[in-house]
Design a protein around this ligand. Sequence first.
Ligand SMILES: C[S@@+](CC[C@H](N)C(=O)[O-])C[C@H]1O[C@@H](n2cnc3c(N)ncnc32)[C@H](O)[C@@H]1O
Length: 277
Amino acid sequence: MTFLTMAKISETALLVNWSKAKNAAISKDRWAHLWVTKESARIAEEYTEKVVPGHPLVPALRNRFFVDALQAFEKKHEEFTFINLAAGFTSYPYLISPHHPVYEIELPHVIAYRKKKIKEFEAAGQLPKRKINFLSLDLNEAPSIKQIEEIILNQKGTVFVLMEGLLYYLTQEAIDRLFGLWNQSLPKGSQLGFVTWPSAIKDTPAMKGLRGCFEKWLQWPQDQYTWIERDYFSRWDHLKILEETNYLVLEKKYCNRPNELVPGTFVDESVFLMEKS
Ligand SMILES: C[S@@+](CC[C@H](N)C(=O)[O-])C[C@H]1O[C@@H](n2cnc3c(N)ncnc32)[C@H](O)[C@@H]1O
């Protein structure tokens, strides 16, 4: 099984999935455990113990934020399309009504693995049947934008776009192309959820640990991340920020106990929800 060797950036999808499964009551992802393997659990545990102590909670919190945002959007929009960029092994399609068209965009080997496993899980009755439209794309490549634009132009109603755990792995040019498309082509009232890394968190102990691990495990160079400041998102004339939050706030909101996350010991990314006006 080549996919699970922790040799590529796509393996980070397994790492975050372990957290979503471990904290399923918080993440609201009751299928996340299906995607946890012995190897990914071992690596996630080592990563937590030695490098990023806050890791078990953080991806679960962001998953919950986006489930709540997507379901609130569904309540307001009878007809919409859900487009999940870098979908990894997330369960959002199962948490909305099956009549909404769903597109998952990912690197080709992730799509191949996901399709194969979904078939197995459905056959075993472990996963409900859903129609998911899969698109194998490298989002760093300029032509990928045309295919996403086609989906947007050919669908009816509004669109909910998710870019969870993605932007920092893309080039600034690719991010500019995506936000240019959202700004220009999304129907009015569409929403955009994403997480991002501002440069202020570059040298926290957790982030230094992450960058070191990913270099060692995934051959991802320490200087190959894209850091984006908040004002980048406020400069688009047709996109407005609806909500901007962080994990200390989300922990307070979803965990029903005093905060346990210690600043510096988790990847303190920013979580955003924007709307097309
Ligand atoms: C941290 S995982 C996030 C997965 C999922 N969105 C989540 O939050 O659970 C990052 C994902 O980005 C995908 N990815 C990274 N670079 C990409 C690219 N250039 N084009 C498409 N997907 C990419 C990886 O394959 C991986 O699944």
